[in-house]
Design a protein around this ligand. Structure first.
Ligand code: SAH
Ligand code: SF4
Length: 365
């Protein structure tokens, strides 16, 4: 749930952190009419203006309030500058490294296929979950992102696409970090992003991917949040999963699957399970049979993603035949299943890989 205005005032000074109701409460508490909140909201979120003062038709009271509060630093904006911007050779992926005020860098990726444009959003600087094959996990945890820092990535993607006459319609929370470890900020950001007089992305166009943070999955279901849920599974026994996904020790498979069942039952929504295919580690026909057994009774779709190699992990992607056989076995067992193409590998589009790559280049220089 969004924090009350007093808590927001104490914890943040960014206007981009505020939900519509909070922005209205703020301006009204400062003696402005609520109509000004509507104008400020549409300036920041519908028009995606990086500088609200550049809007010429702002009413004098709102302009005065903005000039005074922005120049004194009482309130700020989240407009992180671009540190690196890399389009992929096929032109279908564009990866940006955005620099936050404390110099942390986060990745936002824009992916375009079949005329649909999707932004892949980061929720933390680094990640505490430590999945061995993941470049972000290999960096460790730095800090949570605030709602405004999450929303700012969406505005960045919108501005890039608008220049090309295109519109952002889909969001996946599959960038750096574990969204359900930063639950409140992610949900506040989504309240802002899905607001119909602002960015207005449909809740059904939003997917949240989790390593399996059980309390977060249960909370999503209880709160009736209408977003799509993806669970990164990667292994079907506790022993195998704990070896590559250390968070499994905290939330082992029986607990995770129980949470998924209750999510299915409470929300009536299908869960998308992600399985990163690693040669010899989780890609044999026995593994496929085990995952089919594990998911029995669930409303599940399985996405198979060949591993993107990372510096800190010796594993390699599955051979194409192994991936195809895995796919066939899961389909035969009755699960809808897709092999996802690894897009934009030439821009290191795997989670956290561009930042890791940049750090390596810096060290080598
Ligand atoms: N923390 C969340 C969301 C970010 S990671 C989660 O783990 O689900 C998004 C997806 O990228 C996850 O399914 C994750 O397992 C996968 N991933 C991470 N590193 C990868 C790599 N090197 N190759 C392929 N998939 C990877
Ligand atoms: Fe974190 Fe997801 Fe990477 Fe695991 S895969 S370390 S949970 S970002």
């Amino acid at each position: 749930m969004a924090l009350p205005l007093n808590d927001v005032k104490m914890n943040s000074r960014s206007l981009h952190d505020l939900t519509f109701d909070q922005m209205t409460a703020l301006l009204v508490s400062e003696g402005l009419a609520s109509l000004h909140a509507k104008t400020l909201w549409s300036t920041l979120h519908f028009r995606s203006l990086a500088d609200p003062l550049s809007r010429e038709d702002l009413s004098p009271p709102l302009r005065r309030w903005l000039v005074s509060n922005l120049s004194s630093g009482t309130w700020t904006l989240d407009v992180p500058p671009l540190n690196l911007d890399v389009p992929s050779g096929d032109g279908l992926t564009r990866k940006s490294l955005l620099k936050l005020t404390d110099n942390q860098e986060i990745e936002t990726v824009i992916m375009s296929y079949d005329g649909r444009h999707t932004a892949c959003i980061s929720t933390q600087a680094g990640c505490a979950m430590g999945c061995v094959f993941c470049a972000t996990g290999q960096m460790g945890f730095v800090r949570h992102l605030r709602p405004g820092e999450i929303v700012a990535q969406v505005h960045h993607a919108r501005r890039v696409l608008v220049e090309q006459g295109k519109r952002l319609r889909n969001l996946v929370f599959m960038g750096m970090g574990e969204p359900l470890h930063n639950y409140d900020a992610v949900m506040t950001a989504l309240d802002i992003i899905t607001h119909t007089s602002g960015i207005n992305i449909g809740p059904s166009k939003v997917s949240i991917s989790t390593v399996g943070v059980v309390p977060g999955i249960l909370r999503l279901a209880e709160e009736g949040r209408p977003y799509n849920l993806a669970v990164s599974l990667h292994a079907a026994t506790d022993e195998e999963r704990s070896a590559i996904v250390p968070a499994n020790q905290r939330w082992p498979l029986p607990d995770l699957l129980a949470a998924c069942r209750s999510y299915n039952a409470q929300t009536g929504r299908r869960i998308f399970f992600a399985w990163t295919l690693i040669h010899g580690v989780n890609d044999t026909p026995e593994h496929a049979q085990r995952v089919a057994e594990l998911l029995r009774g669930l409303d599940a779709h399985v996405n198979l993603i060949p591993l993107n190699r990372t510096e800190g992990y010796e594993g390699v992607e599955s051979a194409e035949e192994a991936a195809n056989e895995f796919h066939r076995l899961l389909q035969e067992a009755g699960y809808p299943c897709t092999i996802r193409q690894r897009r934009g590998i030439d821009v290191a589009a795997g989670c956290g890989q561009l930042k890791a790559e940049k750090q390596r280049r810096r060290q080598a220089a």
